[in-house]
Design a protein around this ligand. Structure first.
Ligand SMILES: Cc1cc2nc3c(=O)[nH]c(=O)nc-3n(C[C@H](O)[C@H](O)[C@H](O)COP(=O)(O)OP(=O)(O)OC[C@H]3O[C@@H](n4cnc5c(N)ncnc54)[C@H](O)[C@@H]3O)c2cc1C
Length: 470
């Protein structure tokens, strides 16, 4: 069947309002957030109901047509971008954006996959509860995309990744069958937990259409400290102390190097130098609780006092107002944008056993400087989760195409170090197209074989998001 015939079949089954086939209507759906990937498609389908997703997938499976699920398109690995095949169908969930229910006794939220994460967080807040999944792209990314990528973000140290927040989900399999797993049970030990296969599967096993999430008590009282540290090893000891003393109140433990702060102070607006002098590195710690502002501040101040005494940090500033708290967070949040303004760079989103971070950083730094003299590391991230954004900028004076010519060799070196230290080449962002080769080379052969067999079982025609992940 020609592409035109198949697209017409989709239009007949779902209606012209749901299926776009004109070139100018499809064009906005063919590239990724960073502009690194561009692809082709014969149609963009924007269903409003699970049954329409099922109809679309059943037709695609019959015709062997590849389907690329698309959420908010904030993924950083090209996972939601079609490849160059002209037959692709992009399936966007953006119209499936209803909150199906919030239960403040069971503390659950059930929502369709196309809901914007930030909207769900606000809906939970309005109901007097907290949906803790939080990331810089939360006002664009969709909950279906968050679950499909097993997103992390700034609160993982306390609440875990998306996987730990999902109680149940509904999904359409490539056959068009609906997986009815939208349960809100806390306890359900009845065999294999199949929803876990869909979480983090990056659209390669099916289309998530709705999710049931855990909610928590609101933790509106917040206290933040920015501590200066001399090394990752000192940051690690500070983390150990804070975890022991603050327990579940420890909501974020972020790290950034002094070079990152320099970048932010150079490129971002409305930011202030936090100390009278510069230090080698910083950690930003947030505590949060349901009540009692004064007690939380007192706890943080006393723990930081002890840290200074025990030489677990060099200097520290505790937020005294909401404006100051936001100002300290801004220093961390602006790093990505500041680095973008600084010029082309290589991004690596890696994780390590937390206690091995200092050794990894020393080893990777020595290797990179030996092999790629003058390379400029900008390292920051969710240190409390063992997650580093290990970003590298070109040496001063290097040509602008530095990343294109040297990038592959540099990334090989970084990821090789990550593997040597028992880490993961993708902490949060997934594999997509970007990391597929490294993933296929570094993953344990048995794990890869099992993944391929699961993929074949669930998607025998191989229509779901081909060229991504596996
Ligand atoms: C500024 C910025 C900051 C970020 N910070 C973080 C962070 O702190 N932590 C973090 O984890 N990520 C972060 N990200 C990455 C990104 O926001 C997450 O990966 C997010 O979960 C992607 O959601 P999305 O809706 O945009 O998905 P998309 O980009 O649209 O898709 C991502 C993948 O999921 C698949 N997919 C999407 N929807 C569905 C569905 N309904 N069913 C099946 N498959 C689907 C796609 O096919 C694709 O493979 C950041 C991104 C940006 C731009």
């Amino acid at each position: 069947m020609s592409s035109t015939d198949f697209a017409q079949r989709l239009v007949q089954a779902l209606g012209p309002d749901t299926v776009a086939t004109a070139e100018q209507d499809i064009a906005p759906w063919l590239s990724d957030w960073r502009g690194l990937y561009n692809g082709r498609a014969q149609a963009v389908v924007r269903p409003r109901r699970t049954e329409e997703v099922a109809t679309c997938l059943a037709l695609c499976q019959q015709a062997g047509v590849p389907v690329v699920p698309r959420g908010g398109n904030t993924g950083l690995c090209g996972g939601a971008t079609p490849d160059q095949g002209a037959a692709n169908v992009v399936l966007s969930l953006d119209r499936m954006n209803a909150v199906r229910g919030i239960d403040t006794i069971a503390n659950t939220l059930v929502a369709e996959a196309g809901c914007i994460l930030g909207n769900l967080r606000r809906a939970a807040q309005d109901a007097g509860r907290l949906l803790p999944l939080s990331l810089a792209a939360e006002d664009s990314s969709q909950i279906g995309g968050n679950v499909a990528t097993n997103a992390g973000g700034v609160n993982v140290v306390r609440y875990g990744m998306a996987r730990e927040l999902v109680l149940g989900l509904e999904a359409v399999l490539p056959t068009g069958e609906v997986f009815h797993g939208l349960r809100t049970l806390r306890k359900d030990n009845t065999g294999y937990d199949l929803k876990q296969l869909l979480i983090g599967s990056e659209g390669t096993l099916g289309v998530i259409t709705a999710v049931a999430l855990r909610l928590f008590p609101r933790a509106d009282v917040r206290s933040v400290v920015l501590a200066a540290v001399e090394s990752p090893a000192q940051a690690l000891r500070l983390f150990e102390l804070l975890y022991a003393k603050c327990g579940a109140r420890l909501q974020a433990f972020e790290y950034f190097s002094g070079d990152c702060l320099d970048l932010v102070l150079t490129h971002a607006e409305g930011v202030q130098e936090p100390f009278g002098q510069r230090y080698p590195a910083y950690v930003l710690v947030e505590l949060a609780d349901s009540a009692d502002d004064a007690a939380l501040n007192a706890l943080l101040e006393s723990v930081i006092g002890q840290a200074l005494e025990d030489e677990l940090c060099l200097d520290a500033v505790v937020s005294a107002s909401l404006a100051q708290l936001q100002g300290l967070w801004k220093l961390r949040e602006e790093i990505s944008e500041a680095q973008r303004a600084d010029g082309p760079h290589l991004k690596h989103d890696v994780s390590l056993p937390i206690e091995r971070i200092p050794d990894f950083m020393a080893s990777a730094q020595a290797r990179l400087q030996a092999q790629f003299s003058g390379i400029r590391p900008f390292i920051f991230g969710h240190f409390g989760d063992g997650n580093l954004h290990y970003n590298l900028s070109r040496p001063a004076g290097a040509p602008r195409d530095w990343a294109a010519t040297q990038g592959a060799a540099i990334t090989d070196a970084v990821l090789d170090e990550v593997n040597r230290y028992g880490g993961s080449i993708s902490a949060e962002h997934g594999i997509g197209q970007l990391k597929r080769d490294h993933f296929l080379h570094s993953k344990d052969p048995l794990e890869l074989r099992l993944m391929r067999e699961i993929k074949r079982l669930v998607d025998p025609a191989g229509i779901m998001n081909p060229g991504k992940l596996l």
